[in-house]
Design a binder for this molecule. Structure first.
Ligand SMILES: NC(=O)c1ccc[n+]([C@@H]2O[C@H](COP(=O)([O-])OP(=O)(O)OC[C@H]3O[C@@H](n4cnc5c(N)ncnc54)[C@H](OP(=O)(O)O)[C@@H]3O)[C@@H](O)[C@H]2O)c1
Length: 280
């Protein structure tokens, strides 16, 4: 089943399916059951973060699953308050202990927090943790080109991916282009705008009806055709299946342009501009 999800290759050779599972708020035994059902349906890439307080739940789902650990791609993220080098190393170890895993497939810096100005030393900790075998692929979230350039300039190592807010109301055209030119994969967070007004949007409704698909499927197909990896979160086995059933239709150029046209300068969900916003 997982073979039905196409894959892309990152700049370090790691391959990832183009749709993974978001897990914000999936916790405890209900969360573990939801994540297990997603794995049973064919999800292999699972997103998580130290700050979601669900690394233990993710580890439990990995152990409950009948899919071998090496076929799963587990992600976690370093919080802003632990970006100092020694704290970052300890946090990566703590993330592993919480999940009771030997390694993460992907580990990301959660926010650049530019005013704090510690993201380069946090990045050095991820580079070293990869060398020690604790992480297979290292990347970032919410980094602007100026932050990404600095990482490579000061450490010689480029992130494999950048997980950014990306959805029809905030299409990140320039940032995506920059990623493409610099061989950094784009991963979309809140790909369905957290199921907000997007499901009442008349333009999306019209395209979904024409394709005999749901609005979520049209949106997730749009991410795929943009070349982005999306990580829709759903607790429901039915909606999880719906969200990966997007490889039997396509959007034509005009439909892609129409969805692109829904973007707005103020389209971010919570006005979290990484140039100034900081999260700890
Ligand atoms: N790096 C970062 O800074 C950052 C920031 C935010 C999020 N993230 C990651 O990105 C993931 C996804 O983002 P998100 O959770 O904010 O938002 P999202 O995936 O855009 O939307 C999730 C919402 O959509 C609903 N939903 C899912 N599938 C649906 C469907 N087919 N039809 C109708 N409703 C559906 C879910 O409800 P049900 O669960 O009831 O289905 C949930 O309320 C997060 O879970 C997290 O892993 C990362």
């Amino acid at each position: 089943m997982s073979r039905a999800i196409p894959e892309i290759t990152l700049n370090d050779g790691m391959t990832l399916p183009v749709v993974g599972l978001g897990t914000y708020n999936l916790k405890g035994s209900d969360g573990a059951a939801s994540i297990t059902s997603a794995i049973d349906s064919g999800y292999r890439l699972i997103d998580s973060a130290y700050n979601y307080e669900n690394e233990g739940t993710i580890g439990e789902a990995v152990r409950r699953s009948t899919i071998p650990r090496e076929e799963l791609l587990i992600t976690s993220k370093l919080p802003g308050r632990y970006q100092e080098y020694s704290k970052a190393v300890t946090t990566i170890q703590e993330s592993l202990y919480r999940a009771n895993l030997d390694y993460y497939d992907i580990y990301l810096i959660h926010w650049p927090n530019p005013k704090q100005d510690l993201y380069v030393e946090a990045w050095q900790a991820l580079i070293d943790a990869k060398r020690w075998g604790l992480i297979r692929s290292i990347g970032v979230c919410n980094f602007l080109p100026e932050h990404l350039e600095r990482l490579e300039k000061e450490t010689g190592v480029k992130p494999s991916l950048n997980q950014i807010e990306l959805h029809p109301f905030f299409n990140q055209e320039e940032q995506r282009k920059w990623h493409e030119e610099n061989q950094i994969a784009t991963e979309s967070w809140s790909p369905m705008v957290r199921a907000s007004e997007v499901f009442h949007n008349e333009t999306l409704k019209r395209i979904a009806e024409a394709k005999h698909k749901s609005i979520s499927q049209v949106i997730l197909r749009w991410h795929y055709q943009l070349g982005a990896i999306s990580i829709p979160k759903s607790a429901s086995p039915e909606r999880q299946r719906e969200n990966i059933s997007i490889f039997d239709f396509s959007l034509d150029d005009e439909e892609m342009r129409t969805i692109d046209g829904l973007t707005r300068p103020d389209g971010r969900l919570d006005d979290q501009n990484p140039a100034v916003y900081e999260e700890f």
